[in-house]
Design a protein around this ligand. Structure first.
Ligand code: PLP
Length: 394
């Protein structure tokens, strides 16, 4: 069942967010009404029911990354997880060093947190990426310093879907006793992600990218080899083993758990299905749109992502003209203040191409028919825009 129905516009923006899977919603509903208890209430059945539901969900969330449930800190989403990871580790390790390494294509919740830490006196190295969107691991190694405390390298990029060489980079950092944080918001539930197989110490992820509700996320913190200390950024009742105070969002957590379980179960079939649809989309667009440019590596990429630039076409106007398809344009380059996407600029795209980008995000309810429709629609809109430009002598 398609929760966003067959009504227009077609949804091709699964990197921005995903609809809640009806099975996750069904699991959540009782926790708004009959089972509304506070999971911290120890003296009655309402509290026990809520607390048991949180325990089950925590197991499901942990299982999605092959972690122990006790190492999961529940947060309000990946923005908070990224803030907690970086500020929390920086505070806990401030005596060991004052240097952080991150990457230019990270989400703003990482980059802006690092910028804040820089204002607090930390040295921050923001590593550039190659034309394919990936870091060069040799340059990464060179960026590590004796006083580097933590590195933050995302697993998969939210604009281009590009996967970073996390295994190699993480190993280089951990060898030197440097903690490895990764923002895996776009990766968990979409590609295999295993904290025991990867050299990582802190992992941020969020429910609304894997068909769970918005406003609920997690930070996984390694507690063995090494035992990572994270200083709380939210103080209060001491929830989440003191790392994140605040009454637990029980329905959200239950929905996150169910969604994480479903995503893990379906990942092995869903990944190849989406990769196939994405490849069809690309082939169809290439056939009808001369000069189409793919942004970022096609081989190291999330299966459901396609990010392209169409030379000469401003993507904002293109996305608006395609009013029956929900896609994301790079950014509002035409408006006075806006700049092209920091991700595409980091790939070395000139501003014209960066302003001509469209991100297609495919997901659980994307069908082959929808892909065919989007190919035809995009091609016809671009052809018309190009004809109009040619008529105007642009
Ligand atoms: C890579 C990445 N990191 C962090 C976030 C922020 O997640 P949240 O919306 O849960 O705060 C997002 C999504 O917007 C994302 O794509």
């Amino acid at each position: 069942m398609n929760p966003h129905s067959t009504a227009q516009p077609l949804y091709f923006d699964y990197h921005a967010t995903t609809p809640v899977d009806p099975r996750a919603l069904e699991a959540m509903l009782p926790y708004f009404t009959a089972k509304f208890g506070n999971a911290a209430s120890r003296n009655h059945a309402f509290g026990w029911a809520a607390s048991q539901a949180v325990d089950v969900a925590r197991q499901q969330i942990a299982a999605a990354i092959n972690a122990r449930h006790i190492d999961i800190v529940l947060t309000s989403g990946a923005t908070e997880s990224n803030n907690l990871a970086l500020k929390g580790v920086a505070a806990a390790r401030r005596d060991r060093g004052r240097h952080i390494v991150t990457v230019a294509t990270e989400h703003h919740s990482v980059l802006d947190t690092c910028a804040w830490l820089a204002r607090e006196g930390w040295r921050v190295t923001v590593l550039g990426v190659e034309a394919d969107g990936r870091i060069d691991v040799d340059r990464f190694r060179e960026a590590l310093a004796p006083d580097t405390v933590v590195v933050s390298v995302m697993a998969a990029n939210n604009e281009t879907g590009v996967l970073q060489p996390l295994a190699e980079a993480g190993a280089m950092a951990r060898e030197r006793g440097i903690l490895v944080h990764t923002d895996a918001s776009q990766a968990v539930g979409r590609i295999p992600f295993d904290v025991e197989a990867l050299p990582v110490d802190l992992v941020s992820f969020t429910a609304h990218k894997l068909y769970g509700p918005k406003g609920i996320g997690a930070l996984w913190v390694r507690k063995k080899n090494p035992d990572v200390a994270v200083e709380a950024q939210m103080h209060g009742g001491g929830h989440e083993r003191g790392m994140r105070s605040g009454t637990l969002n029980v329905p959200g957590i239950v929905g996150f758990g169910k969604a994480a379980e479903l995503a893990s179960l379906e990942l092995a079939t869903e990944g190849p299905r989406l990769a196939d649809l994405r490849d069809r989309l690309l082939a169809g667009l290439r056939a009808g749109i001369p000069g189409l440019h793919v942004n970022g590596s096609l081989t190291h990429r999330l299966p459901g992502n396609l990010n392209v630039s169409v030379p000469g076409i401003e993507s904002e106007s293109l996305a608006m003209a395609m009013d029956d398809v929900a896609v994301s344009s790079g950014s509002a380059c035409a408006t006075a203040k806006a700049a092209p996407s920091h991700v595409l600029t980091a790939l070395g795209l000139d501003p014209d191409l960066a302003c001509a980008s469209l991100r297609f995000g495919l997901g659980r309810w994307t069908t082959a028919d929808e892909v065919e429709y989007v190919i035809a629609r995009t091609t016809s809109v671009i052809t018309k825009l190009r004809e109009a430009h040619a008529a105007l002598g642009l």
